[in-house]
Design a protein around this ligand. Structure first.
Ligand code: IDP
Length: 139
């Protein structure tokens, strides 16, 4: 059964560029409730584990370096149809292909430095949320 939660990270580029407030405002305005949230920084081991599915891809090293270079904001979000609706809100992986008004269209600078993560399935949302948060941090 589909769950109503997804997991997101505001990536180091979004934090460095001062976009935390604007992105959270957009998330709130789009009807998502914040279940859990924190500012944190991924270690190399964290990023390699989180993105293990991409370990054979040519951009893996670049991705790990990017995701560990500064703090992120991690959050679990709740809404009906959360995974799909959040993917719509963030837009395509490559900001050049992202629809007008999406978070990546507004704040991403490249395919790699694309401002925000959104889980791609209910199963991954649960795994990724549990990667960053304990049950005591979810409300
Ligand atoms: P998604 O984040 O839209 O689900 P994925 O294909 O799962 O996209 O890729 C995970 C992340 O890896 C992307 O968000 C982006 O930061 C990075 N990435 C994907 N493709 C490339 C690439 O071709 N060059 C550099 N980084 C990439």
């Amino acid at each position: 059964m589909a769950t109503n939660r997804t997991f997101t990270m505001l990536k180091p580029d979004a934090v460095e560029n001062g976009h935390i407030g604007a992105i959270l405002e957009k998330i709130n305005a789009s009807g998502f409730r914040i279940v859990a949230m924190k500012k944190t920084q991924m270690t190399q081991a964290d990023a390699e584990a989180f993105y293990a599915v991409h370990s054979e891809r040519p951009f893996f090293g670049e991705l790990v370096e990017f995701m560990t270079r500064g703090p992120i904001v991690a959050a679990i979000l709740e809404k009906d149809n959360a995974v799909e609706d959040f993917r719509t809100l963030i837009g395509a992986t490559n900001p050049a292909d992202a629809a007008e008004g999406t978070i990546r269209k507004l704040y991403a600078t490249s395919m790699g430095e694309n401002a925000v993560h959104g889980s791609d399935s209910d199963e991954n949302a649960a795994i990724e949320g549990a990667f960053h948060f304990s049950g005591r941090e979810m409300f």
